[in-house]
Design a protein around this ligand. Structure first.
Ligand code: BGC
Length: 429
């Protein structure tokens, strides 16, 4: 029988990350980098969108829109501001955020690490140190002992594969790296060396999350996930645990099959062992990438691009879901899917087309349990600052006034109807 709608209990929501919305996250490595001379961050994260103080209002807004799930991250540097010192007030804060979710019937999906790390971890070797998996697992254990009963879904590390994806991309001969990334000094560009000095670390010992791409460092990331997952399961056995990966839809054109296969292995298949034992898989997709025999091919000249410069391609989502489903036997949650655009009509179309393809995947028997749009707010897009607008809700950062866009009402309505109103288009494959 063909199921015309989404499964019962499907998670409909949107996502944020602490550093991008909370504000004043000064104990993190990113804060240091943003304030480093020569840094490519076009502006600092500053007050974010003040979500640290406005979470109750924000969560109520999500509920009123019609959403039933909220993915956010807990900030390690707030929970453990110094090595081994755990902050009661930070735990209390996140407990209240979780209570607010439950009171508003939003299922929380909590990320334990979303790119940023505490300053002290960087001083201890960051993501190049073999002690980091232990520190990460201890932090996970602490959080889950206190808050686990309120957390039905936990993602250990956001986009654990991003460091290798970035290296793959920027070492491709055909790709011009973004501002601030020099090919020859990919490991420690000058501004990172400056950040290392600020933290009192030798310039060669500074390894933030994004830079952890050598085979040894990838092992450290994998081990961190596995030890984090085991710690979570030990103290909070009812919490479902997974990891999220950034997965563009990798396509081959005119003889690029072998290259595309290698890239897909780097992005995804090399992590299958690590995922073994997880309860769910967090899939994050934004676009497609095309490969020919000589490497990456830039989008066609007439392609519609997003503010980020990559192709606006909502059909990429279902293609990736079908690809990962070949290797996975655990449920998939779309933990991020989003578009940076100033034209909300484009966002609406992106969401509708993405969901229509997703619905076809579900009807074909693929076990997808949720869709979390990135992002709730226009927020701090890392080096690109506040100019890139992914949000379904705009924020005036002077008054901090929230203004939902049409897309927010659309997603809310889809959520209320459990996807009945997603336009059923013929999927382009
Ligand atoms: C990250 C977010 C980021 C988004 C848009 C994902 O890679 O998890 O933190 O803002 O993509 O670029």
């Amino acid at each position: 029988m063909i199921n015309k709608s989404f499964p019962e209990g499907f998670l409909w929501g949107s996502a944020t990350a602490a550093h991008q919305v909370e504000g004043s996250n000064y104990n993190s490595d990113s804060w240091v980098e943003e304030h480093t001379k020569g840094s490519p961050y076009i502006e600092p994260s500053g007050d974010g969108v003040d979500h640290y103080h406005r979470y109750r209002e924000d969560i109520a807004l999500m509920k009123n829109l019609g959403l039933n799930s909220y993915r956010f991250s807990i900030e390690w540097g707030r929970i453990e501001p110094e090595e081994g010192y755990f902050s009661v007030s930070a735990i209390h804060h996140y407990r209240d955020v979780l209570h607010a979710c439950h009171e508003n019937n939003l299922t929380p999906i909590v990320t334990l690490h979303h790119f940023t790390s505490p300053r002290w971890l960087m001083k201890k070797g960051g993501w190049a140190s073999e002690n980091t998996p232990f520190y990460f697992a201890r932090y996970c254990e602490m959080v889950m002992k206190e808050l686990g009963s309120l957390i039905p879904y936990a993602a250990t590390i956001n986009e654990l594969n991003l460091p290798v994806n970035l290296r793959e991309l920027f070492t491709d001969a055909n790709i011009v790296p973004p501002v601030g990334v020099e090919k020859s000094t990919w490991e420690t560009p000058a501004w990172k060396q400056e950040a290392a000095r600020t933290l009192g670390i030798d310039k060669n010992d500074y390894t933030g999350f994004f830079m952890a791409s050598s085979p040894e460092q990838v092992e450290i990331l994998k081990q961190s996930h596995q030890m984090g997952r085991d710690a979570i399961k030990r103290v909070s056995p009812n919490t479902k645990v997974g990891v999220t990966l950034a997965l563009p839809n990798v396509q081959s054109v005119s003889g690029g099959e072998k290259v595309a296969e290698k890239v897909w292995h780097t992005y995804f298949r090399q992590f299958l062992d690590m995922i073994n034992g997880d309860d769910f898989f967090g899939l994050q997709n934004y676009t497609r990438e095309q490969y020919g025999p000589d490497g990456r091919i830039e989008p066609p000249k007439d392609a519609l691009l997003t503010q980020m410069g990559y192709e606006n391609d909502p059909t990429a989502l279902s293609n990736v879901v079908r690809e990962v489903a070949k290797d996975l036997s655990i449920p998939i949650i779309i933990s991020e899917h989003g578009i940076a655009t100033s034209n909300d009509k484009e966002r609406i179309e992106f969401i509708n087309k993405g969901l229509s393809g997703l619905n076809n995947c579900i009807n074909d028997g693929i076990d997808v349990r949720g869709y979390l749009y990135w992002s709730v707010f226009d927020n701090f897009e890392w080096m690109m600052g506040y100019q890139k607008t992914f949000g379904i809700i705009a924020v005036d950062r002077k008054t901090m006034k929230r203004s939902p866009k049409e897309s927010a009402y659309l997603l809310g309505e889809i959520a209320r109807n459990n996807g009945e109103n997603v336009c059923q288009e013929k999927e382009v494959r």
